[in-house]
Design a protein around this ligand. Structure first.
Ligand code: PLP
Ligand code: COI
Length: 341
């Protein structure tokens, strides 16, 4: 398969139209057979549930070309499951997990020419999403829905690649107790846009959200979970019912314990203990592991000893092991890699 003529090494994290997307429609209480489509446009009723009341949720995962030339996805079963959880919370009909996995395989294979070559630093980002497509004007769920998977080749999420980031403690909240912080609802991102634009205007790469009940505990950023490394090399990550259960973070905790022999702990982390950590990183499908050099809390600068030039040593080991597993250089735990081709 001849690859598309794309400057893979210089890709940012943006939308590039690829040849095929997967589309299935829900009508009269059932999902249709679904099919690939060459059409990247959607025609919607002006009163569609997604447009009026943001009835939509999504997923994010990647397809990788491995060292030995296979095309694989990483733990897509966890994305299938999380989309089910998101859909249920938003009164969207569930898209079956087995069909999700088959649709991912199909759309990746159809867009094989867009899967960035091994070693290029780029990957094919997959964005499955569900939305209410029929008209609603009273506040209620739509009757009809669409499930789509679009694909786009991407490079690093943060400009500058692995350069340590500067992030700020946010004054605005992301998720309420008993709200929707634990699911991947479009509304969680809509309400973060004002804050991320403001963060960028103020010179920060991202916002760190605190728990909105007490504003004392670290939660996550707008698009990634957070890990910290202690001076004695323990990996710690916030435990909270209002953050997104990141596939990357869950995988990193296993990698830390089983591959690197490190202690890994999920627990409440207060803002006050942050200066005691040696390293910090943002983790997610898009972010992979992006090192944080500095956290700014209203004029107080918390600088990590790992510095602003390179990833800290433990973060780097985690990064190399995780990406090694994803790209087929390191044997994966049972069930983590789904070979498409
Ligand atoms: N937290 C938020 C708010 C996200 O948007 C994402 C991205 O998906 C993550 C965390 C990381 O999750 P994952 O590792 O499953 O991509
Ligand atoms: C992902 O990492 O897949 C996400 O959905 C995060 C988003 C901010 C790009």
């Amino acid at each position: 398969m001849e690859k598309k003529n794309i400057d893979w090494a210089n890709l940012g994290f943006g939308y590039i139209q690829t040849d095929w997307r997967y589309v299935a429609n829900y009508k009269n209480g059932a999902w249709d057979a679904g099919a690939l489509s060459a059409d990247n446009m959607i025609v919607l009723n002006e009163c569609a549930g997604v447009l009026q009341y943001a009835q939509t949720c999504f997923e994010g995962l990647k397809a990788y070309e491995t060292e030995d030339g296979h095309i694989v996805t990483f733990r897509p079963d966890l994305n299938a499951k999380r989309l089910v959880d998101s859909a249920k919370r938003l009164e969207i009909p569930v898209f079956p997990e087995d069909r999700f996995l088959e649709a991912i395989d199909q759309v990746v294979l159809a867009n094989e020419a867009f899967v960035p070559p091994y070693g290029s630093g780029a990957t094919l980002y997959l964005r499955p999403y569900l939305f209410g497509s029929s008209a609603v004007i009273g506040v209620k769920p739509a009757d009809e829905y669409q499930f789509r998977i679009l694909t786009t080749p991407v490079g690093p999420y943060f400009k500058g690649g692995a350069r340590p980031l500067t992030v700020r403690i946010s004054d605005l909240d992301r998720a309420a107790p008993h709200g929707t912080g634990h699911i991947k609802a479009g509304l969680n991102y809509a309400m973060s846009l004002y804050n991320i634009v403001d963060a960028h205007n103020c010179g920060y790469d991202e916002n760190i959200y605190l728990d909105s009940a007490t504003r004392t505990k670290i939660e996550e950023t707008g698009g990634a979970n957070i890990i910290f490394i202690t001076h004695d090399h323990k990996v710690v990550t916030p435990k909270s019912p209002t953050i997104l259960p990141s596939v990357t973070r869950r995988s990193l905790m296993t990698v830390a314990q089983d591959y690197l022999g490190l202690e890994a702990e999920e627990r409440e982390i207060t803002l006050e203990e942050v200066p005691s950590f040696a390293e910090c990183g943002l983790c997610g499908t898009a972010a992979v592991i992006s090192p944080v050099g500095k956290i700014v809390d209203h004029g107080r600068e918390i600088c990590f000893p790992s510095g602003m030039n390179e990833m800290g040593p433990i973060t780097k080991k985690l990064y190399d092991t995780l990406t090694g597993i994803q790209m087929g250089r390191i044997p994966a735990p049972e069930g983590w890699i789904r070979v498409i081709k």
